[in-house]
Design a protein around this ligand. Structure first.
Ligand code: NAP
Length: 323
């Protein structure tokens, strides 16, 4: 199994395409895994539903990925993908509906591109943005409520913007939005930010940004099909008041995308548990990046996860072949 192509002609009895390492998801973790796996001579297929890059694609400027200075998320994703493809990793645009661990240690994977039989599978499905769950949020999504500053920020040039959340994403995206409008308010439910201190401080010192701590969103209110105001709640006093905003950007964390692996062990928050080789509770099934129970979610740590998983997935296949 050392060919560097999927063996399309070499199908099993069910007509499944055979591959050494099947990666599900082409964010930084999946792309780095694809690069390392293909470079190690393993036939590698990466299945992606949307565009390569994952959440990186919606980041305006990345300045903490080592060696590259300041790059856009789009540019970094393109670099990741072209490097993986150059080593022979094949990207397939499809959705995966099932991963079935087989008795012989391999996996049957059903996709909209047909069935695959993989010797090892790497889950790199990432995480999806969380919602606030307040009245008006769903109704006005796409009509003033957004979860992506790079995508929707330009619609709110010089408008009144509310950013909700206290993590790295909220702080970083607020700084991006402050380039478009000098009227950005960041509200966070606690008295201190969760974000890395350097990022929170830079945000607080950015011109055009006002901060409201101990503040939650009670409801998002609209008129004529678009956001008009937000009712905020001071959690210290319980006081509710309504303030006019044109756009509400919600960055309150994310939910791991684990629907494909109900049989894997998870941590309390639902992230997939792995050992230090990125192997899950199912031998031969690895998890990398934002979907796994990592303590620090960064592009660089996701890429490192991918490299580790590729190495140990290859070792797993060596053991399968010895048996
Ligand atoms: P996060 O770190 O999980 O932060 C989520 C924030 O939303 C927290 O401040 C949380 O409040 C708040 N929150 C959660 N549920 C809420 C609710 N229902 N109502 C109001 N507020 C709520 O998420 P993130 O900022 O998206 O970051 C995700 C991961 O990516 C992190 O590991 C982060 O370090 C990483 N990241 C890194 C960078 C970078 O290094 N440049 C950029 C972006 C993201 P509490 O603080 O009270 O829990």
């Amino acid at each position: 199994m050392a060919d560097n192509d999927i063996r399309n002609n070499d199908t099993n009895d069910n007509g499944a395409k055979e591959v050494d390492i099947l990666i599900i998801g082409a964010g930084p973790a999946g792309l780095a895994c694809g690069q390392y796996s293909a470079r190690a001579g393993r036939s590698t297929v990466m299945i992606e539903e949307m565009a390569p890059g994952g959440q990186t694609m919606i980041i305006d400027a990345i300045e903490n990925y080592p060696g590259l200075g300041k790059v856009s998320g789009f540019e970094l994703a393109e670099k990741f993908e072209s490097q993986a493809n150059a080593f022979g990793c094949q990207t397939v645009y499809a959705s995966v509906s099932e991963i079935k661990p087989l008795d012989d240690g391999t996996f049957a994977v059903q996709t909209s591109d047909g069935a695959y039989k993989a010797n090892a599978v790497v889950l790199a499905t990432g995480a999806k943005h969380r919602t606030l769950g307040v009245p008006g949020e769903k109704e006005f999504t796409g009509r003033g409520v957004s979860y992506c500053a790079t995508c929707d920020g330009p619609f709110f040039k010089s408008k009144r913007i509310l950013v909700c959340g206290g993590g790295d994403s909220a702080c970083q995206e607020a700084m991006y939005l402050a380039k478009l409008s000098q009227d950005v308010t960041v509200c966070h439910r606690r008295d201190r930010f969760r974000a890395q201190a350097s990022i929170a401080k830079a945000m607080e010192n950015t011109a055009g940004i006002k901060v409201k701590l101990n503040t939650t969103v009670a409801s998002i209110n609209g008129e004529d099909g678009k956001v008009k105001s937000v009712t905020l709640k001071d959690v210290a006093t319980g006081e509710e008041y309504t303030q006019e905003f044109d756009g509400v950007f919600v960055f309150v964390g994310s939910e791991p995308q684990t629907q494909l692996v109900p049989f894997c062990k998870k941590d309390e928050a639902g992230f997939v548990a792995t050992d230090r080789t990125m192997m899950t509770s199912v031998p031969g099934l690895f998890a990398v990046g934002d979907v796994r129970d990592t303590p620090f979610r960064q592009i660089v740590t996701a890429a490192a996860d991918g490299a580790i998983a590729a190495h140990y997935a290859s070792e797993y296949i060596d053991r399968l072949e010895e048996d």
